[in-house]
Design a protein around this ligand. Sequence first.
Ligand code: ATP
Length: 358
Amino acid sequence: MAAIRLDHIRHAYTPELARAGTYALREVDHLFEDGGAYALLGPSGCGKTTLLNIISGLLTPSEGTLRFDERDVTTLTPEARNIAQVFQFPVIYDTMSVADNLAFPLRNRKVPKPEIERRVGDMLRRLGLEAKAGRRAQGLTADEKQKISLGRGLVRSDVNAILFDEPLTVIDPHMKWQLRSQLKELHRQFRTTMIYVTHDQTEALTFAEKVVVMTEGQVVQIGTPEELFERPRHTFVGYFIGSPGMNVLPCRLEGEDAVLAGGRVRLGGGARVASGARTELGIRPEFVRLVPRGQGLPVQVRRVEDLGAERVVRAELDGQKIVSIVPEGVAVPTEADVAFAPEALHLYADSWLVEGRA
Ligand code: ATP
């Protein structure tokens, strides 16, 4: 296993794109800790696969250095990096038995036979595939095949990291949850460095200890699920994480106050915002309260969606959409104002969180 260091890595797919400043991956400088479980999360085209392929060696970055522990691996082939990969579609040998598929990488590395038998037996047990050990892989279900792909990485003792590229895409919805839990459990047992690419926030947040959120080729935040929820460093993170996402409301600053929708919201702290910056307030729907008229900022309630344990109230604040989550049993007034929990308010300047304020 290894720590993976990205040292000022950037990538443009052609020299022309680099000259034009069009980078599929803008500069990343980050350490993936040895034994950590990470997810790369973001919408289609944000650069997740580009970053994963740079780590696996399928792609050489146009700039920067990649290190596994202290070793520079930037130009090494995927084979020389000793990483295992699990793709969208399981890559296994259909004509081999389940056990032989697991033994294959060990035989290639000339591991002694008794050791192969021990490790394959152990892996079959952990994956719940003992009963199918002698069966040809051909007839297995997609989730069983994906377990074998994963097992082939985990049986090796020399693997530096396991990389996953949207591994649950072809798995039946009802099996996804099970496979994801099993994957998390296997990570807990083996503590192999794992990096998991997905555009699905549920997958990312349940699997990873730390999530790398990306948009438009840029890493905008790396944090625990709690950090991403409680303190989004960029409005994109607030909007992308959470369901529904964070409200982002344009505002103007006047001293210690944010002015919006004809009202004022008191902000704490005293951090500076560059003059001319576009300022916005961020507040998650869970912290937007509906209060009687006259006690907050006036809204028009447009729609109420009843989700059982809570209701999602969609309203308009001075022509701006705003969402509130109202717990069960709390009335939704037709004539309402909104009030914000002060500790959950965030101030953004040009989309970035203003630290030390609000
Ligand atoms: P998806 O979830 O759709 O796979 P992604 O987040 O993995 O998306 P990438 O595949 O890394 O995103 O693509 C990032 C950007 O680089 C996109 O704008 C894409 O069009 C571009 N790109 C990807 N591969 C190439 C390539 N071989 N040549 C030129 N541009 C590419």
